[in-house]
Design a protein around this ligand. Structure first.
Ligand SMILES: *Cc1c(COP(=O)(O)O)cnc(C)c1O
Length: 398
């Protein structure tokens, strides 16, 4: 079965929710994917920040096979060791004291929204999130998402979500009312165009939350789990949230989501408040445990920081060589965005297609930035290959 045959079959059966690239992937190893025609791709997207240890990391595969041979699923009516081990690791290495496990980023944010409402006094249910944010596709998560294009056609949306303009603390303060229960934000907006939150802005939000007794929820679904060079992005920002959500890279490709919080906030949930049939599945958690252990091993996160710097440097070089095409480089660790100039911003998708044709996977985020999310095991040599491909493309289109 080659690309063309597989694509034809898939196009006949799936609801048309994705505009996919013309490749059917069959194999992956490290930073390289192979399609059904035998063509190889250097992956600077990692399944959208998911396969952070690289494709088919041997220790993850071994943990999955081993656990699958013993116990696949029991539901949350019973305890399992692998679930508890992953929970302990995440709690020991974060601000949190309690965890809830689910299956995706949207679900983790749903849990956070429910927990914030349950924790808060009656009548306090409104959540302030930011314009340009992305929090998932379920109805509540999409309502929290501050991008109108994701809302269109799905109204009426659930009540209780308002969006503050990004970067404007005074505007956010004005939106706080007797109904507000929480502020939800990404420490760095991924889908919104690789846009970091300035430190003083975040500190201001934390201060407002404290003053008005609001919960601060960090959506670290994309930037958590080593992506920024620390296990969690908040560690570099000097701000501690009350609730943090995780998903994407937590099990290197198996579906998982998690909500982490303090003892005091967690106490608002009691048996029956919230649940998930699959959440914290033993196999998924066995993979998650290997992910956390690998990321915490000596030198791993320092390596992410160093390679992130290297990638940002190579992108900045390109921006200075092609100032008509590219400008600012922004990001943290190994989530980096190269902003296109107003003159070239419409060419973003075309540049990504040219990269694809050159055998490199990346994407265009927030209609502003070429976004690079390589596996955290990427090498400088692989980063050089990306830079060379971009150099060639920019040369052609300039
Ligand atoms: C991807 C993403 C989500 C949604 O995660 P799903 O697993 O697709 O539901 C939520 N928040 C952020 C910041 C994300 O990047």
């Amino acid at each position: 079965m080659n690309n063309q045959e597989l694509i034809a079959r898939s196009s006949r059966v799936f609801i048309n929710t994705y505009s996919r690239y013309p490749a059917a992937m069959v194999e992956g190893k490290g930073c390289v994917l192979k399609d059904a025609d035998g063509r190889e791709y250097l992956d600077f997207l990692s399944g959208i920040a998911v396969c952070s240890l690289g494709h088919c990391h041997p220790a993850v595969t071994e943990a999955i096979c081993d656990q699958a041979g013993r116990l696949l699923h029991v539901s949350n009516l019973y305890h399992t060791l692998s679930q508890t081990e992953l929970a302990e690791l995440l709690i020991e290495n974060s601000f949190a004291e309690r965890i809830f496990m689910c299956n995706s980023g949207a679900e983790a944010n749903e849990a956070a929204i429910k927990l914030a409402r349950k924790y808060s006094p009656a009548g306090k249910y409104e959540i302030i999130s930011l314009e340009g944010s992305f929090h998932g596709r379920t109805l509540a998560a999409v309502s929290a998402t501050g991008q109108p294009k994701f809302h269109q056609g799905f109204e009426p949306l659930p009540e209780g979500f308002v969006h503050a303009p990004f970067g404007d603390l005074a505007a956010l303060e004005k939106m706080i009312s007797a109904k507000t229960c929480a502020v939800l934000c990404e420490p760095l907006q991924g889908e919104g165009g690789v846009r970091p939150m300035p430190k003083e802005y975040l500190a201001g939000i934390r201060e407002l939350c404290d003053r008005h007794q609001l919960l601060l929820i960090f959506d670290e679904v994309q930037v958590g789990m080593g992506r920024t060079g620390t296990l969690f992005a908040y560690e570099q920002l000097g701000i501690i949230p009350d609730i943090m959500t995780l998903a994407k890279a937590l099990a290197n490709g198996l579906p998982i989501g998690a909500l982490l919080t303090t003892e005091g906030v967690a106490a608002a949930f009691t048996p029956g408040s919230h649940a998930s049939t699959f959440g914290g599945n033993p196999v998924v958690c066995a993979a998650g445990k290997v992910v956390v252990e690998t990321m915490l091993a000596d030198g791993f996160l320092e390596g992410v920081k160093a390679k992130g710097k290297y990638l940002a440097g190579r992108l900045a070089e390109l921006a200075s060589r092609y100032p008509r095409i590219a400008g600012e480089v922004r990001g943290m660790g190994l989530i980096q965005g190269l902003l296109l100039t107003p003159e070239y911003v419409d060419r973003g998708p075309a540049i990504v297609n040219k990269l694809f044709e050159a055998g490199i996977l990346a994407n265009f985020a927030g209609n502003v930035a070429l976004r690079f999310l390589p596996p955290l095991i990427v090498t400088e040599e692989e980063i050089d290959r990306l830079a060379a491909a971009l150099d060639k493309i920019f040369g052609e289109i300039s």
